[in-house]
Design a protein around this ligand. Structure first.
Ligand SMILES: Cc1cc2nc3c(=O)[nH]c(=O)nc-3n(C[C@H](O)[C@H](O)[C@H](O)COP(=O)(O)OP(=O)(O)OC[C@H]3O[C@@H](n4cnc5c(N)ncnc54)[C@H](O)[C@@H]3O)c2cc1C
Length: 453
């Protein structure tokens, strides 16, 4: 299938639907060309409350197993994260990137295939100096809050000293400001900014129609609506929204988490990862997994279900059990802590975990920029530069990897970091009346499993 498109002529009006990481990064990159009129539409004010990009933290890592293209993209992105910190410091603002390092755990004294491949490729790329291999003793000496994990078999790890986390909501605000300064125009709000459908003549897209029934003409439309994308445009089975689980604890002042200063990001099989405790005392843990569907009745497409429309949503009881079981071994201290906050956050899963950034094969003037597959935030400073090249019709390594493609399997099966990799496994439907495990947790369910007394 052809992915070739003509570059938009100078002066073209380009509409971007979605003001998350992909949409804003693209808007900023295109604005640097100084030759387009760029408009971004979204359903809410920035940072959009239920966007995947809006969160207290996301992992920033070059450790990608054998997926070396992602490693290279991160290597390209890291200096820009640091540059943004400098820009913010000059304005008296907090950093957007925290280089805390990340510890990648393996079990039973043997590196996972993923860790072994990451170490190998990072070394081959000339970044061996950022890797420090750690025995169980090293881990506990350096990071005593992992003592329980080491005792329970997570006794080998490596530290990537260049990794860390980004304050993703602040980073979104930062690039939004850059877009505004570069003349990008925004239409934000539940009616005026909400894409309803494409405005087209035959297979030629002429613009978009928003919920207030207004038509907005443009030369190109870029759909960067993250996990909503598959529900807005017919993409066959190329993208699927899957709900993924996040929990926060609030460790007491007496807890080891409140005492250790140099906490790194961490990740451990099967697909769990977490962050240093924040200055507000939040300890975040999440799971990169098959996730959950929320299939709408009209066509069975999975669409995000968030706390904006379902205020009392928490996480499925099945997910809570999985977290509690894993954490009872990895961070036994959390068994005495209530889950303070929980959220189902949505990925736009492609079939092979690579992004989907490509002209639509059957429609003219429209480019899809989505398929983040749960790992796009770290690329905020650079993903738009690659997307802009695709919008301009360039043939690049990225246009080939992220192009319209035929894949057999599921994102989870291809993604070596994800829990539940079997091709046969399918995400469960949230709130399935036939499966009590998929109901949302009550406040009582979220209480500590071991008495605090
Ligand atoms: C639980 C979780 C943990 C993650 N952890 C990490 C991590 O540690 N590191 C990492 O790199 N990445 C991580 N990610 C992935 C990262 O968050 C995403 O890759 C990234 O945020 C995707 O950006 P996006 O712009 O595609 O989507 P979004 O940020 O969701 O933006 C899509 C935008 O489209 C808008 N939109 C939707 N429908 C419409 C409409 N009809 N009209 C107008 N606008 C619309 C939405 O309002 C939204 O603002 C995580 C994701 C989740 C869910």
């Amino acid at each position: 299938m052809s992915s070739y498109i003509l570059p938009p002529p100078s002066g073209s009006k380009i509409i971007i639907v979605g003001a998350g990481a992909f949409g804003l990064s693209t808007a900023y990159a295109l604005s640097l060309k100084n030759k387009y009129e760029i408009w971004v539409f979204d359903r809410d004010q920035i940072p959009i409350p239920d966007a995947a990009s809006t969160d207290i933290s996301k992992v920033v890592r070059m450790d990608y197993g054998a997926a070396t293209q992602n490693m290279q993209l991160m290597i390209e992105g890291l200096p820009i994260w640091k540059q943004w910190n400098k820009e913010r410091k000059a304005k008296g603002k907090t950093p957007v990137f925290y280089k805390t390092g990340a510890v990648f755990f393996s079990q039973n004294n043997k590196y996972t295939d993923y860790s072994a491949a990451s170490i190998k490729h990072i070394r081959e790329a000339g970044y061996g100096h950022v890797i420090e291999e750690l025995t169980g003793k090293d881990i506990v000496d350096r990071f005593p809050h992992f003592k329980g994990a080491v005792e329970n078999g997570y006794n080998l790890a490596y530290l990537n000293k260049e990794a860390g986390w980004c304050d993703s909501s602040e980073a979104i605000k930062h690039i939004y400001e850059k877009c505004v300064n570069n003349g990008v125009r925004f239409v934000l709000g539940p009616n005026i900014g909400c894409f309803e459908k494409l405005y087209q003549q035959g297979n030629k897209v002429l613009g978009i129609q928003t919920k207030d029934q207004k038509i907005h003409y443009s030369d190109r439309v870029i759909i960067a609506a993250g996990p909503w994308t598959a529900g807005l445009i017919d993409l066959g089975d190329k993208l699927t929204a899957t709900g993924q689980i996040v929990v926060h604890f609030k460790p007491p002042a007496s807890s080891i988490f409140s005492q250790i200063k140099n906490q790194p990001v961490w990740s451990a099989d099967p697909g769990f990862y977490g962050f240093p405790m924040t200055s507000e005392g939040k300890l975040k843990v999440a799971l990169h997994s098959l996730g959950y569907y929320n299939q709408r009745t009209s066509d069975g497409k999975s669409v995000p279900r968030t706390q904006v429309t379902h205020r009392n949503d928490t996480i499925p009881i099945k997910a809570l059990k999985e977290f509690r079981e894993f954490l009872s071994k990895f961070f036994p201290q959390t068994s005495t802590m209530d889950v303070h906050y929980s959220r189902v956050c949505w990925y736009s899963d492609s079939q092979d975990s690579n992004f989907l950034v490509a002209p639509h094969p059957n429609l003219e003037n429209i480019i899809i920029a989505s398929g983040d597959s749960g790992h796009g935030m770290k690329f905020l400073p650079v993903v738009g530069l690659k997307i802009a090249q695709i919008v301009e019709g360039l043939d690049t390594d990225y246009s080939r990897a992220w192009g319209w493609r035929e894949v057999n399997g599921s994102s989870a099966a291809f993604d070596a970091m994800r829990a539940g990799k079997s091709v046969d496994l399918k995400p469960l439907q949230l709130e399935d009346p036939n499966n009590d495990e998929t109901r949302m947790c009550t406040a009582t369910d979220l209480k500590a499993t071991i008495s605090k007394l």
